[in-house]
Design a protein around this ligand. Sequence first.
Ligand code: HEC
Ligand code: HEC
Length: 206
Amino acid sequence: MKRILAAWMPAIALLAAAGIALIPAPTRAEDGARIAGQICSGCHGVHGRSESPMFPKLNAQTPEYIEAQLKGFREHARGESAARDYMWGMAALLDEAAVKSLADYYSHQPATRGAAGDPILMAKGQEIFEHGVPDKGVPACASCHGAQAQGAGTFPRLAGQHREYLLRQIEVFQNGTRANAPVMTAVAHTLSSEQAKAVAAYLQSR
Ligand code: HEC
Ligand code: HEC
């Protein structure tokens, strides 16, 4: 991972050299598209449709959630190793106006679905997503993330997201390194690893 980051150092330098942290307010919509294309797409894919499960998809994500996360990286509230290695430095270079225009840009990119998995596992995941597991204290994910997992405000879209990324996030909520969202940490603690796998398989293909 360190090696990959090293390969990205020129991009970070470029970002600084381009004076992206100094973009004057008010935000121009095209700044988001430009920064996304020049910098973020290297990891998050063209229009945020990341192809690698290492990097979350950003297309169709809610603007409030994107803003909150970029702030979370900047303030080091998301302390998991992938966040430290990749996003702390990146977020530090973005001012408020750049953050807003990136959030606006990605939230307007069309949603995409990932590959379907084992149908039995996905059906189990759908059941958990929609209804929770009442006798185990697992709440219905849909109650916060939306009936279609489309997200709303600071509740993120989960539909179409890489399965491996979703599972990694449930893990970092459980081990406390992603500590910016007590409500989701509590939810993560109710999930068994089998349940987490099922719900992640369902969400990737939504
Ligand atoms: C060098 C690779 C890399 C680059 C370049 C990069 N990111 Fe990221 N980004 C990541 C990784 C890895 C994660 C996941 C961190 C984790 O797993 O905790 C991430 C996570 C995020 C998240 C959180 C998504 C979620 O679902 O919680 C946002 C928002 C984000 N990046 C925005 C951006 C923006 C905007 C840019 C361009 C200014 C950018 N990133 C550039 C690697 C990168
Ligand atoms: C009480 C509301 C609530 C419920 C119920 C809930 N979540 Fe969340 N979840 C959140 C919030 C809020 C966040 C954003 C945390 C942050 O800002 O970092 C989140 C974030 C996440 C993320 C990280 C997404 C990303 O892009 O990094 C995953 C994965 C997730 N939730 C899965 C689930 C699953 C699976 C369930 C059902 C078992 C569930 N959530 C139920 C509130 C909830």
